[in-house]
Design a protein around this ligand. Structure first.
Ligand code: GLN
Length: 200
């Protein structure tokens, strides 16, 4: 299976390395034709306004929306990627995918403390806690009925899933731990790709 990393801004190389370590093929995605060659996509953190506008210029917003609607294309948005996936955003966010039934408060953590680390217990990821790095992170302030919370930090949901869509307000590529990437590849993307191809 080939997993793409949106290569507009952010820790593209670290995400590619984590995807490869987790056992999938990794590919940078900058264009609609590169998007067509992957079976899942990771949107790294960065500045959501910039990433969204450049995605729009490339036609990637529409192309991703179409694949999600037609084939439950797996997308994992981290930090700014979470903001881009949210249906509703508190704070300006002009160009977005708007696919996941959550409300994101853009710089909620950033207003309190710019960055911090916290050990998280993540549903579906057994074993030790996952050390999550938060950088000017958004908060999820509301979740729709079809959204499953997967991890909390101080009572706030910081990782969630809705079908083929996964989001985290933290950066899982900043530590050597590859378990969140494994979760996206093996538990979100793989079952969907298998169903679509009819393979067992
Ligand atoms: N707060 C940033 C934004 O609004 C996201 C920060 C991040 O991705 N680390 O885009």
């Amino acid at each position: 299976m080939r997993i793409g990393v949106l290569a507009i801004q952010g820790d593209v190389r670290e995400h590619l390395q984590h995807v490869a370590s987790a056992g999938a093929q990794a590919a940078s995605v900058r264009t609609v034709s590169e998007l067509a060659q992957v079976q899942g996509l990771i949107i790294p953190g960065g500045e959501s306004t910039t990433i969204g506008m450049l995605m729009q210029e490339e036609g990637l917003i529409e192309a991703i929306q179409k694949r999600v609607a037609e084939e439950a294309f797996p997308v994992y948005g981290t930090c700014a990627g979470l903001i881009l996936l949210a249906k509703e955003v508190i704070g300006k966010s002009p160009a977005r995918l708007g696919l996941m039934d959550i409300v994101a408060d853009r710089n909620a953590y950033g207003r309190q403390v710019a960055s911090f680390e916290a050990p998280l217990t993540i549903a579906g990821i057994p074993g030790e806690t996952f050390l999550a790095v938060f950088i000017r992170a958004p908060q999820i302030t509301k979740l729709g009925p079809d959204v499953t919370p997967l991890a909390y930090h101080q009572g706030q949901v910081v990782m969630a899933q809705q079908g083929s869509l996964l989001v985290s307000s933290f950066h899982p590529e900043m530590t050597p731990d590859i378990r969140v990437h494994q979760y996206f590849i093996n538990k979100v993307a793989q079952p969907i790709v298998r169903n679509a191809t009819g393979a067992s």
